[in-house]
Design a protein around this ligand. Structure first.
Ligand code: PGA
Length: 242
């Protein structure tokens, strides 16, 4: 729930400008504005002939009908949305979203041709008690690892240790790599090596221009899911360049 209308459009304009300068042309970039702004953001991006994809931060876990206040994956698709975050830790924590709900959302997103960015990650107490691998394994084995092979290939995974989100505390490159390697191994076991190698696994949690290189140079870290630093075009661009 960051950025108001003018700030959101200014941010997109600055990003499209940075993209136009050509120094991050090899990266795939998606932005996830508040759902209310997606149509205008999408039109702006089309007009600017930008390659930035537009996602949303949530969708309903049901297809349509009497669910007051909800937005379905297919409605979002109609206004130009390409992707959706599923199971961000704030959704899990403040809106009590269970793995079952998140699997339903993932399937609806895929059915509406949206790319699910499925978030997983442990709480601080899980890490302290060395339960982090077990927690993430459970989050994935009850959700995306039950998808069909074809759907898994269309899904992006974001590993976001909850203790690192918005706290300024980042997982070390080694901690991130260890968890990303685990996630890739889980995908290989549930599907096969080809799927494991193809699925993109992003790291999220206080990624900033000054730590992006070290995190992104880890072999199993394919990209970033950026929160706070994405609200400043210069910082976001620097991370994209990294
Ligand atoms: P952060 O947020 O980059 O500010 O830690 C990440 C997120 O919200 O997913």
């Amino acid at each position: 729930m960051n950025t108001h209308w003018n700030e959101a459009l200014t941010l997109v304009a600055e990003l499209a400008h940075a993209e136009g300068e050509g120094n991050w042309k090899d990266a795939d970039v998606a932005i996830f504005p508040p759902s209310l702004y997606t149509r205008h953001v999408f039109e702006f991006i089309q007009h600017a002939k930008s390659g930035i994809a537009v996602g949303v931060q949530n969708c309903a876990s049901t297809e349509n009908g009497a669910y007051t206040g909800e937005l379905s994956a297919s409605m979002l698709r109609e206004v130009g949305v390409n992707a959706v975050l599923i199971g961000h830790s704030e959704r899990r924590e403040y809106f009590q979203e269970s793995n079952e709900t998140l699997l339903a959302k993932t399937k609806l997103a895929l059915g509406a041709q949206l790319t699910p960015y499925f978030c997983c990650g442990e709480q601080l107490q899980d890490r302290k008690s060395e339960q982090h691998k077990r927690v993430v394994t459970q989050q994935l084995s009850t959700t995306v690892l039950t998808l069909s092979r074809g759907d898994m290939l269309k899904t992006v995974i974001a590993y976001e240790p909850v203790w690192a989100i918005g706290t300024g505390e980042t997982a070390s490159p080694e901690q991130a790599q260890e968890m990303h390697a685990l996630i890739r191994q889980l995908i290989a076991e549930a599907f096969d090596q080809e799927v494991a190698a193809a699925v993109r696994i992003l790291y999220g949690g206080s990624m900033k221009p000054d730590n992006a290189n070290a995190l992104l140079s880890q072999p199993d870290v394919d990209g970033g899911l950026i929160g706070g630093a994405s609200l400043k075009a210069a910082d976001f661009s620097a991370i994209i360049r990294a």
